[in-house]
Design a protein around this ligand. Structure first.
Ligand code: PHE
Length: 426
């Protein structure tokens, strides 16, 4: 959850693991408290009034003008636009496509002919579908333009595949898997990237299924059994744990975490669907579970892929390590180029957020940016101004970078954050 990550990082960098939890899981009270404690303003919502709804165009026909609209609320960059339509999940020999298929195989084996699959729904959706239809409160931080890419005030790049829950329920589907690319403004490190892939799963039950048991308890048990079976199917033996969570669209809610490289990594969120969503989109008398899982994170754990940027490389030394249907591959590193660290210190401005800084860095350095990390912060006792120092790690996974090249990137980052974000360089 990007905004919280900023707030916690400012308070105490040691909270980083907690701060990397999902977009939805922190309560609004926690967010406000963290922000207040650190003097970090929560981003204000832009007025969501204009009515110009981009049609849900097919992915392949989205021109740049349809995505980068020129509307004042538009915050989609060219770097983000260039990812639309790549559809790693549709490439059968790519790790993302392989893991998608492995999950399909599990569900088809457990419940033949039950789950309908959707994997080509366009990533541009209405804000209504992305937020309102899954009961995200009007003032929830996930709606902030600091966290979500807006095409115009009524249209977003979906930030989760849950955006399709309601429409698929209305379409009469009572069990489905929906896979696609999702977009979130976020900070930069080995497990976060502004575009990633999710699979949504939903299964609807009726009285004949729960057969006299308490329906919510029945759905919860069925959900956990299903997902534990999936984890087994993918990983065999792996350490995992259930965490109680909060999502606006499920109650109760849980996250599944898997132990990976010395840390617990959140790989999915799930829960028993809010009755209101079912009642609005189906006739009465149903109960359902839903989950949303992150394909990159599952693939990182399964194939031992250390950095999320690798999924986007065109380097054959990466791509040729994987084959359709083969879950046994383990990534072998082909380069050990050293990172180069550059620090930048500045007095923050109103327009400054960590996500805005990271968007600038990605726009300039692209995938050469490996990590952006707050290493020091203090507030001047007299003026009350806050100074931040960030350390940017530059590293290519494919080649070595020259000093000149990195210095030029860093210079451009410095001048752009001064001109675009209004920070005062120190
Ligand atoms: N949409 C949630 C996310 O993106 C995941 C989720 C899906 C949680 C369905 C519960 C039910 O983090």
């Amino acid at each position: 959850m990007a905004t919280l990550r900023v707030a916690l990082a400012v308070a105490a960098p040691r909270c980083r693991v907690l701060a990397q939890r999902g977009l939805w899981t922190q309560s609004r009270q926690q967010l406000a408290a963290a922000a207040a404690a650190n003097g970090v303003a929560r981003p204000s919502r832009r007025g969501l009034t204009t009515v110009s709804q981009a049609a849900a165009a097919a992915v392949t026909t989205l021109s740049r003008d349809e995505v980068i609209t020129g509307h004042p609320s538009n915050n989609v960059t060219d770097a983000i636009y260039s990812k639309i339509g790549v559809n790693l999940h549709l490439q059968p020999t790519h790790p993302i496509g392989i893991i998608k298929q492995a999950i399909y195989d599990y569900f088809d084996k457990q419940h033949p002919d039950t789950f309908k699959k959707f994997d080509n729904l366009a990533p541009i959706v209405s804000a209504h579908a992305n937020f309102d239809e899954v009961l995200v409160p009007a003032d929830h931080v996930s709606r902030s333009p600091n966290d979500t890419y807006y095409v115009d005030p009524d249209t977003v790049l979906r930030c989760h595949t849950s955006a399709h829950q309601a429409e698929l329920l209305r379409g009469g589907h009572s069990a489905f898997l929906c896979t696609g690319d999702v977009y979130r403004r976020d900070s930069i490190d080995a497990t976060h990237y502004p575009v990633f892939h999710q699979m949504e799963g939903v299964r609807v039950f009726s009285a004949a299924d729960w057969a006299g048991q308490e329906p919510t308890a029945y759905a919860e048990t069925e959900l956990k059994r299903t997902l534990e079976g999936l984890a087994q199917h993918l990983f065999g033996k792996v350490e995992m744990r259930w965490i109680d969570a909060y999502f606006p669209f499920t109650e109760p809610s849980f996250e599944l975490e898997i132990f990976f490289k010395g840390e617990w990594l959140e790989v999915l969120g799930c829960g028993v669907m809010q009755q209101q969503i079912l009642d609005k989109n189906l006739e009465a008398g149903h109960k359902a579970w839903a989950f949303g899982l992150g394909l990159e994170r599952l693939a990182m754990v399964l194939f031992d892929i250390p950095d999320i940027r690798l999924f986007w490389t065109a380097d054959q030394r990466f791509l040729k390590q994987f084959r359709a249907g083969d879950l046994s591959a383990r990534f072998k590193s082909y380069s050990k180029f050293p990172p180069c660290y550059k620090d930048v210190a500045f007095w923050v401005s109103d327009a400054f957020t960590e996500n805005n800084l990271c968007e600038v860095v990605r726009g300039i350095a692209g995938d050469l940016a490996e990590e952006v990390k707050l290493i020091d912060t203090f507030t001047h006792p007299k003026t009350g101004r806050t100074s931040n120092c960030y350390r940017i790690a530059y590293r290519s996974m494919d080649r070595s970078l020259t000093d000149d090249e990195i210095n030029a990137l860093q210079e451009e980052v410095r001048s752009t954050i001064a001109s675009k974000l209004g920070v005062e360089l120190r």
